[in-house]
Design a protein around this ligand. Structure first.
Ligand SMILES: [Zn+2]
Length: 366
């Protein structure tokens, strides 16, 4: 895949991990990681939960991760003095992606096949995959919604490039870039950043979406997601905003007080398939959506923003790219907790109608 308007420079970190700089203009990236070499933790296990047919990655070494450090100790800030050598050796950067220091999933050393199904007797597997950290901006105090359109465009190109590169790995089946924002949902670092999880198995939600898309295709001969977007365009009431190439809407059966799906109007399977025009018009709608979200209560909204893409090698003609933003905030100072019905039963109950939620988002004065 050719990068559009962005240059990538790969460097090796002291412990052998790779850091990739994505720049919108030619910039020399030759700062050296001066930290001592560190032993990397081993690969975790993958255990099969036969009650629901789901894989659970167990990576016990992650308990010691750094938790909400003050700005002076932030590992995602640029390295500005020898006193604090961060993950990023350069004194400034635009967007960087590096291999996670405590990954839940790791590339395999040998065999990468999943164990065969045997109900409760299913063998333990290895937590194979890849976890990367993507830092949106060198400025510690900013958020996604503070980025300029050019910065979001660079970020999108980095997501696209990582999807393309990770898709080439034979052990990767699904790639999910996402961002968690807000302490309410367990963010451990304030610096604006996201993660890229590349799984060696289909995550449960993707498996479910694929089954739903297959059923619809079988019964109605069409691609489910395309029909959903058509319906949202026809219904209008749940649209939050749109432009020539993208539409943002609250889904008809949203699960969270604020849930927005942002999708290209001309469907594509994944980030790598976006046209230049689609890429160039993404920053505007992405920033508008995030500003509307923050505008609802006038306080930064905690959210999870995740890219849903078609899996790497299956369901490519059935699943479509979209960006799903969900927030558990339901009022200032009030969060929706996933309690009994949602957590124990997986049955969501919504206190507001998706139409009300969409209207609130539309009415925010930007
Ligand atoms: Zn920072």
């Amino acid at each position: 895949m050719e990068l559009r308007g962005v240059i990538r420079t790969d460097r090796e970190m002291s412990d052998g991990r790779t850091i990739r700089y994505y720049d919108s203009k030619v910039t020399e990236r030759n700062a050296v990681d001066k930290r001592p070499k560190e032993e990397q933790p081993g690969i975790g296990e993958l255990r099969f939960d036969p009650l629901v047919n789901e894989w659970i990655a167990i990576s016990a070494h992650r308990q010691n991760r750094i938790f909400l450090p003050p700005k002076e100790l932030c590992p995602l800030c640029p390295t500005t003095s020898d006193e604090l050598l961060t993950e990023i050796p350069e004194t400034d950067y635009e967007v960087v992606v590096f291999d996670n220091k405590s990954p839940s999933l790791r590339p395999p050393l040998g065999d990468n096949a999943l164990p065969d199904y045997a109900g409760p007797e299913t063998d333990e597997g290895k937590a194979i995959g890849k976890c990367e950290v993507i830092v949106f901006n060198s400025d510690h105090g900013q958020s996604f919604c503070d980025l300029s359109e050019t910065q979001v465009r660079t970020l999108l190109e980095a997501w696209r490039d990582r999807t393309y590169e990770l898709s080439k790995e034979p052990f990767i089946r699904h790639i999910a870039p996402f961002e968690n924002r807000g302490e309410e949902i367990g963010v451990t670092l304030h610096h604006p950043h996201g993660q890229i999880y590349a799984y060696s198995y289909l995550p449960p939600r993707v498996e479910k979406m694929l089954a739903a898309a297959k059923r619809y295709k079988h019964e109605f001969g069409r691609v489910l997601f395309d029909e959903i977007v058509k319906r949202e365009i026809a219904d209008k009431v749940r649209i939050v905003c749109q432009n020539e190439h993208w539409i943002a809407y609250v889904p008809y059966a949203a699960r969270y007080p604020y849930e927005i799906h942002v999708a290209p109007i001309a469907p594509v399977a994944d980030l790598t398939e976006l046209t230049s025009e689609q890429c160039d018009s993404y920053p505007k709608i992405a920033l508008e959506v995030m500003k509307r979200l923050d505008g609802v209560y006038g306080v930064p909204m905690a959210y999870i923003a995740a890219w849903h893409q078609a899996p790497v090698r299956e369901g490519r003609d059935l699943l479509r790219l979209h960006w799903q933003i969900t927030s558990v905030r339901r009022a200032p100072g009030k969060l929706k907790y996933l309690a009994g019905s949602e957590s124990a039963m997986g049955a969501f109950i919504m206190d507001v109608t998706p139409e009300q939620s969409a209207a609130q988002l539309r009415e925010v004065k930007l």
